[in-house]
Design a protein around this ligand. Structure first.
Ligand code: PLP
Length: 390
């Protein structure tokens, strides 16, 4: 039987492709250590779990309001004002989604027509590409360069891939996989570009809480208020509260866009479960001490990664400014990053992602995750160091 041609444009994510190799080796009895996934090993804080339990026991099991339960939308509005300094109306400008993944999908579906192009800075979180295609769009990778020890995007690189069909830019800061946190100056460059070419800005801010060394996430709309009319802010509770499996996120945008995204949501996911939404409101409203504790833990792990991987010939750690991935710049080793990754996997039993999986600008680099810590991180770092020094 014939399947839709649309499916031909979709690809498994880099992590899933590598997982298939990992499972094949494990089936042969190999013991592997993974520094691959963006899955925190920290537990969802107890007060959030307790709120979900209480909501379940209170019978909060019916269909939710498909825009998001009002108490959660109000909590999102409160959070956006408290943490990001931006104001959105919970009645008309906020949509609760099944993770940032569905927020991105509904945003793209709301603004793209067939053939519209979406610019994504390269290296790109590869799970952006298939949803762009699914929404009828065409991804265009804007090259970045490692300069001053970090990945940088420039106006020239954005202009180089812009065409009359460009409709939107999909930005992710803190930036997975590079670890860069866009500075107000860099945001101003993006703002000038989207303004001059009348584009939508889809701003994925999922790693906002996890920043280091005085770098701080600034929401593009807070930095440049006149972006508000053309920006769709996407966020989720997955990383901030170690709630990846709860599948809850939210978007904020002008009412007319939220109405369009709501239509997409109503005809597909219909949002996260009601009791999950109750607990999510508690997460956003109550003390944020748990977030500070988790960020302190990631800060310790980041220091270990930088320390453990320092001084390997031909490799340099790009110290992440945010998120829980470090990029290793191995360009001086003169080998394709996929070949280095395969060697590390097959000969040294450690799993990382080759930078080329995220686009041509990532070639020569490896992405190392410290979302998981403890003994597994230490063992993985030992193997990585041994493998890269061999
Ligand atoms: C940049 C980025 N956006 C979105 C997601 C997915 O988020 P969610 O779990 O909220 O769907 C991830 C997960 O790794 C991510 O790295």
């Amino acid at each position: 039987m014939k399947l839709s041609q649309r499916i031909g444009g979709l690809r498994p994510t880099a992590v899933n492709s590598i997982l298939a190799e990992v499972r094949a080796l494990q089936a042969q009895g190999r013991e592997l250590v993974s520094l691959m996934r963006g899955e925190p090993d920290l537990k969802t804080p107890a007060h959030i779990v307790a709120a979900a339990e209480a909501a379940l026991r209170a019978g909060r099991t019916s269909y939710p309001d498909n825009r998001g339960e009002m108490p959660l939308r109000e909590a999102v509005a409160l959070k956006l004002e408290r943490d990001n300094g931006v104001r959105y109306d919970p009645g008309s400008e906020i949509l609760v989604t099944t993770g940032a993944t569905f927020g991105i999908y509904s945003a793209l579906s709301a603004v793209l027509d067939p053939g519209d192009e979406v610019i994504v800075p390269d290296p790109v979180y590869d799970a952006y590409l298939s949803p762009i295609r699914l929404a009828g769009g065409v991804p265009k990778l804007a090259a970045s360069r490692i300069e001053g020890g970090r990945f940088q995007i420039t106006r020239e690189a954005l202009e180089a891939v812009r065409t009359p069909a460009t409709r939107a830019i999909l930005l992710n800061t803190p930036w997975n996989p590079t670890g860069a946190v866009l500075s107000p100056n860099e945001l101003a460059v993006v703002a000038g570009f989207v303004r001059d070419h009348d584009l939508w800005l889809i701003s994925d801010e999922i790693y906002e809480a996890i920043t280091y060394d005085g770098h701080r996430h600034v929401s593009p709309v807070a930095a440049i208020p006149d972006l508000r009319g053309r920006t769709i802010l996407v966020n989720s509770l997955s990383k901030t509260y170690a709630m990846t499996g709860w599948r809850v996120g939210y978007c904020a945008a002008p009412a007319e866009v939220i109405r369009a995204m709501f239509l997409v949501l109503q005809q597909s996911s219909r949002g996260p479960a009601t009791f999950i939404q109750d607990a999510s409101a508690v997460a956003l409203r109550e003390s944020q001490a748990c977030v500070a504790e988790m960020t302190a833990e990631y800060t310790r792990r980041r220091s270990r990664v930088i320390e453990a991987l320092a001084g390997i010939r031909g490799c340099r750690v790009i110290a992440p400014e945010g998120g829980f991935f470090a990029m290793l710049d191995c360009r001086e080793m003169g080998q394709a990053s996929d070949a280095i990754r395969k060697g590390l996997l097959e000969e040294h039993g450690v799993v990382v992602v080759n930078g080329s999986a995220y686009g041509p600008s990532g070639e020569g680099t490896l992405r190392v995750s410290f979302a998981s810590g403890g003994a597994a991180l230490e063992r993985g770092l030992d193997r990585l160091r041994a493998g890269l020094s061999a």
